[in-house]
Design a binder for this molecule. Structure first.
Ligand SMILES: [Zn+2]
Length: 157
């Protein structure tokens, strides 16, 4: 890696832009740090594949476990209440809810940006559930809008 002094901007790759090696954003050749995430490491080419952040992996796995549990609880309730009017429908509702949760969790795990956006929407909805929901909502909002996390979801798949 060549060391460039700030006074003499290097024409990166001749294209006029240089790429942040953390988030992949193209930056002005004279930029001292990335306008998107603040990183100082630049090269003339885009960075390779951005790895899934550990927090995303843990959250997605947790959501997969919860969704599978929801499906089983729903199936169990449906089987248990099959002869009682209306209650099996409630059980099937939980099965459906679990299936939707599972699809979302797998999408988050595989880095789909719409799954990140849905998690942000849910975080906003949690904010009204003071105090625990508010705290969780704020933490989720901060995490899912961090430049490094956003960069992982916004890279092409
Ligand atoms: Zn950056």
């Amino acid at each position: 890696m060549s060391a460039a002094t700030p006074s003499t901007p290097v024409p990166y790759g001749g294209s006029g832009v240089k790429y942040c090696q953390r988030c992949g954003a193209p930056n002005d050749p004279g930029a001292a740090y990335c306008a998107n995430c603040g990183e100082v490491n630049f090269r003339s080419v885009r960075p390779g594949r951005i790895e899934r952040p550990v927090g995303v992996t843990l959250l997605a796995l947790l959501q997969i476990l919860v969704s599978i549990a929801t499906i089983f609880i729903g199936l169990f309730a449906t089987a248990l209440l099959i002869f009682i009017p209306f209650l099996p429908i409630l059980g099937l509702f939980f099965v459906g809810l679990g299936v939707i949760e599972l699809i979302l969790a797998v999408a988050l795990f595989s880095g789909r940006n719409w799954a990140r956006i849905l998690n942000i929407i849910f975080a906003v909805l949690w904010l009204i559930h003071f105090p625990l929901g508010t705290v969780m909502g704020i933490l989720f909002l901060i995490y899912f809008t961090r430049p490094g996390v956003v960069a992982y979801f916004k890279q092409p798949h």
